[in-house]
Design a protein around this ligand. Structure first.
Ligand SMILES: Nc1ncnc2c1ncn2[C@@H]1O[C@H](COP(=O)(O)OP(=O)(O)O)[C@@H](O)[C@H]1O
Ligand SMILES: [Mg+2]
Length: 347
């Protein structure tokens, strides 16, 4: 019987004493107990040909447990996963699904849904950025998001320091702006054009981009993270930014408070999101939903006064459940379900 192979890398702060991510062996053992052989393979770009060959011949499916942002040989790793999927190995997830769901610009593909404000933009070049951003800022306060990392670094709230002249449809590059970074809620004052030049670092390079969306003041009430096992929400983390005046960040490092809620407390959000999920999947490339992934939401007033939930980002490259290891058998069941479904389609 072919195996389920979990890809990890050696080293890194996310590893336990056995050298694995803390939630990896519980999944491996749960699969074995259910009669499915499973093992961990450490990816090493210098051994890639041998690894590819081994997995191609021995695996029915792989589960990727590597944070691509922190690894050596990201492009090669993605290339190897793509080749394995083409060989018929079940990819959990497919490499293009990782970027389809996980990249920040997923948001701009969803502006036709109630999940994302229609004035949300993505910039891949400085000229697009200089063309659109001063106009967007003239209409409302903005949040600029770089694509890399997940620590609030390079996520900037941008506010005008003074009202624009009457009738102005864009902010001039000499306008003074207040910029607050989500990493630690620190504030910097800039001239708009100079700040935009500073942001070039986020646009250049592989996968570089900036997403520009309206600032949502109800972030004060917290960011709501759904942890999903394919299409089933299994827990909810409510992350409330620190109370300080400029604080808008939901990261732990910035002082936000975390609370774990049962999904039933967020029924409105969950019903609304699940109803839109088939459309979300189509818009993001039609890939199977990731095995384990997260979606983060911020509240906004709907036109009728009720609550809307705005999608802030999704993550699916290296989502774990270390804080709730008892979920391992359930995750193993879901892996088995993925395999069975694919085999039925093939048969
Ligand atoms: N549109 C927004 N309005 C208000 N706050 C936001 C908005 N987008 C992001 N934030 C805040 O910034 C934080 C970091 O942004 P996020 O998109 O989650 O980037 P990262 O990948 O660094 O986690 C969020 O956790 C949230 O607190
Ligand atoms: Mg985040």
């Amino acid at each position: 019987m072919k195996k389920v192979i979990f890809f990890e890398v050696q080293g890194g702060s996310d590893k336990g004493q056995d050298g694995h991510r803390k939630d990896t062996m519980p999944m491996v053992e749960a699969l074995q107990q259910k009669g499915y052989p499973a093992e961990v393979v450490f990816f090493d770009v210098t051994q890639m040909d041998a690894i590819y060959d081994y997995v191609k011949h021995n695996a029915v499916a792989y589960v990727s447990r590597i944070n691509p942002g922190n690894m050596v040989g990201e492009a090669q790793y993605f290339g190897m996963l793509r080749a394995l999927c083409e060989d018929g190995i079940i990819g959990l997830p497919h490499p293009d699904a990782m970027t389809g769901y996980g990249a920040k610009d997923a948001l701009v593909k969803l502006t036709d849904t109630s999940l994302v404000p229609s004035d949300t933009y993505a910039y891949y070049t400085m000229s697009e950025f200089f063309y659109q951003f001063p106009k967007a800022l003239a209409l409302n306060e903005r949040v600029l998001k770089q694509n890399r990392g997940s620590t609030g670094e390079g996520i900037w709230r941008v506010q005008l320091m003074e009202p624009l002249p009457v009738g102005a449809t864009e902010a001039s590059l000499t306008t003074k702006v207040k910029c607050t970074e989500a990493k630690d809620n620190h504030v910097e004052y800039w001239k708009l054009g100079e700040f935009m030049l500073f942001c070039e670092q986020y646009i250049i390079g592989d996968g570089g981009m900036l997403v520009d969306m309206p600032f949502l003041p109800r972030i004060k009430e917290g960011e709501i993270r759904l942890l999903l096992l394919r299409d089933t929400p299994i827990n909810v983390v409510h992350k409330k930014p620190a109370a300080a005046a400029d604080a808008f960040s939901a990261t732990l490092f910035s002082g936000a408070q975390y609370r774990y809620d049962p999904p039933i407390l967020w029924e409105g959000l969950i019903t609304d999101f699940l109803a839109q999920l088939p459309h979300v999947k189509d818009k993001l490339g039609g890939f199977d939903l990731p095995l384990l992934w997260t979606a983060d939401f911020i509240l906004r007033d709907a036109p009728d006064g009720s609550d809307d939930y705005v999608l802030g980002e999704m993550n699916c490259s290296c989502v774990g459940f270390t804080s709730e290891l008892s979920l391992a058998p359930r995750v193993a069941d879901e892996i088995i379900a993925c395999i069975t479904e694919k085999q039925q389609i093939k048969a």
